[in-house]
Each structure stands twice: as structure tokens, then as C-alpha cells.
Design a protein around this ligand. Structure first.
Ligand SMILES: *[C@@H]1O[C@H](CO)[C@@H](O)[C@H](O)[C@H]1NC(C)=O
Ligand SMILES: *[C@@H]1O[C@H](CO)[C@@H](O)[C@H](O)[C@H]1NC(C)=O
Ligand SMILES: *[C@@H]1O[C@H](CO)[C@@H](O)[C@H](O)[C@H]1NC(C)=O
Length: 242
């Protein structure tokens, strides 16, 4: 039903051109290179895709770039980041500012996203249950020729008891998240697929690989249905390396 492929950053210590003497206080965790002091400028930070340990953790978030697609726009995210306070200009630190929609990139939808009464009463993403948002998840490959209807959901045979499912779809194959222009023909849930999920599974967290959990044509109705039932939806997840 699914397979996992581990991609590990190929950057290794031997390939880094280290021109300074290794200092005793130097952090031993490679990911902390970016906080190293002045003399370590020529060291590149390592961005992990997979974290090994008691449990394997995969980074499935998209990098924010000006080309990241945005809902119903052909322009992409654009220049959302700027250096507001800069060392080059005499400040003690570099501090960046971001301006972007909270719907950009990898994110969870708030219950208030499609329900005004939730919005008014403060049901933002803070109201989501961290027990649901954290923990093992099942990665499911869905048929590539359909949107996620009740029939598709039924055919996946997702066992009862599974609470978190990430759906890998044609969107990942088409690399839609790496195309600046919004594409409304992406794959997502249909209303009947969402109903089937609520009635026949224990899923409380749904992950999808484009800008919406629901297919474009049925987006409002499907969102209203699923968010009312307090199922968390995590969208725009990056499954291209899993
Ligand atoms: C601080 O910002 C400047 C641009 O003003 C940049 O050239 C420099 O690399 C930044 N320094 C660090 C430590 O990120
Ligand atoms: C630094 O200051 C100059 C002059 O005020 C300004 O034009 C420039 O945008 C500033 N750069 C940064 C990165 O803050
Ligand atoms: C999914 O639905 C969208 C409309 O929301 C449509 O454009 C697309 O072709 C459908 N995808 C598949 C694989 O059927």
C-alpha cells in the first residue's frame, strides 16, 4: 500500500572545506552549524530530511520560496521575506520580517477557516489537539486516476484505529507544489469521500499534498463538512521524498 524511501543529505564532514581549527566548544550536532560563531562562516548548514532515533521523523514541510504556489494565483508567494534589521547596517543582529498568508506552504487548517461561528469563538489552530497532531502516521498511495471519493476511500481498506493518514496522490507525481502557477485540477477529497472517512474510519488527521484537502470543485462543502466534525487537516505536505 505504501513504501518509505529514506533520503539523507549527502553532505558529509569530509566534503566540507573546513579552514579553521576545530574548537572544543564547537557544537557536536551538525544541525547547529548555523549558530556557529564568526570563524565558521564557510561551513554550510545541513538540512535534514530524515531524523533517525527511537522513531524516524521525516520532514514533510515545503521550503518557503518566492515560487511556492498560492491559491488561485499565477504569481506564487513572491518576496515574502526581507531583512528588517541588518548587521551590515550596523545593528547587533539580523532580523527578518515575513509577510504572507497563513494559508501558505505546509500548514494545518483552523476550524474557523470555513466556519464563522468557530472563527468568532476563537477556534484557531491553537484549539487543535496536540495528541492528534503528533505521532505515527500511515502513508497511503491513492489511485492516480480519481479524486478521493467514497469509493476510493473504501478501496484503501484503512484499518480502524488508525488516526493519522497522509494521502499521497497524483499531485506529488505532477510536482504541483514545485510549479509557481496554481493548478485547480489537483486531486483532493470529494464530499462523499470525506463523509465516508468520518463514518467508517477513526481518522482524526488527514494530510494532503497540495494546497487544499478537498478537490477544487467541491472545496467549500467538503471543508465545511470535515472541519465541523473536528477532523484536523494538514495540507500542502511534501511527500516527494517519501
Ligand atoms: C546579516 O545580514 C547581512 C545582510 O545585511 C548578510 O550579508 C549577512 O550574511 C547576515 N549575517 C548572518 C550571520 O546571517
Ligand atoms: C541599510 O541601510 C540603507 C540606507 O538606509 C538602506 O537603503 C538599506 O535598504 C538597508 N539595508 C538593510 C538590509 O536593512
Ligand atoms: C479531480 O477534480 C478536479 C476538479 O476539482 C479535476 O479537475 C481533476 O481532473 C480531478 N482529478 C482526477 C484525477 O480525476
Amino acid at each position: 500500500m505504501y513504501h518509505l524511501l529514506i533520503i539523507i543529505t549527502t553532505l558529509s564532514f569530509s566534503s566540507i572545506n573546513i579552514t579553521f581549527a576545530v574548537d572544543e566548544a564547537f557544537p557536536s550536532i551538525p544541525t547547529t552549524f548555523s549558530v556557529a560563531t564568526k570563524q565558521h562562516y564557510d561551513v554550510k548548514p545541513i538540512h535534514h530530511e530524515v531524523y533517525d532515533g527511537e522513531r524516524k521523523i521525516y520532514d514533510i514541510s515545503h521550503q518557503y520560496t518566492p515560487e511556492l504556489p498560492v491559491w488561485e494565483s499565477s504569481e506564487g508567494l513572491g518576496n515574502f521575506l526581507r531583512l528588517a534589521v541588518s548587521m551590515k547596517n550596523g545593528s547587533d543582529a539580523n532580523i527578518s520580517k515575513m509577510e504572507l498568508s497563513v494559508h501558505s506552504g505546509t500548514h494545518v487548517d483552523a476550524p474557523g477557516h470555513f466556519h464563522d461561528h468557530y472563527y468568532e469563538s476563537g477556534f484557531d489552530t491553537d484549539s487543535l489537539d496536540l495528541q492528534i497532531l503528533n505521532g505515527p502516521a500511515l502513508l497511503v498511495d491513492v489511485p492516480r486516476d480519481k479524486n478521493i471519493s467514497a469509493e476510493v476511500m473504501k478501496s484503501l481498506h484503512i484499518p480502524r484505529g488508525i488516526r493519522r493518514v497522509l494521502f499521497k496522490t497524483l499531485n506529488t507525481d505532477r510536482r504541483l507544489m514545485f510549479k509557481k502557477e496554481f493548478d485547480s485540477s489537483f486531486v483532493g477529497f470529494m464530499v462523499d469521500g470525506a463523509k465516508w472517512l468520518v463514518e467508517n474510519t477513526d481518522i482524526k488527521l488527514v494530510g494532503l499534498d497540495y494546497l487544499s484537502f478537498a478537490a477544487y470543485d467541491e472545496a467549500p462543502a467538503t471543508h465545511r463538512f470535515i472541519l465541523e466534525r473536528r477532523v484536523s487537516i494538514s495540507i500542502t505536505i511534501r511527500l516527494s521524498t517519501i
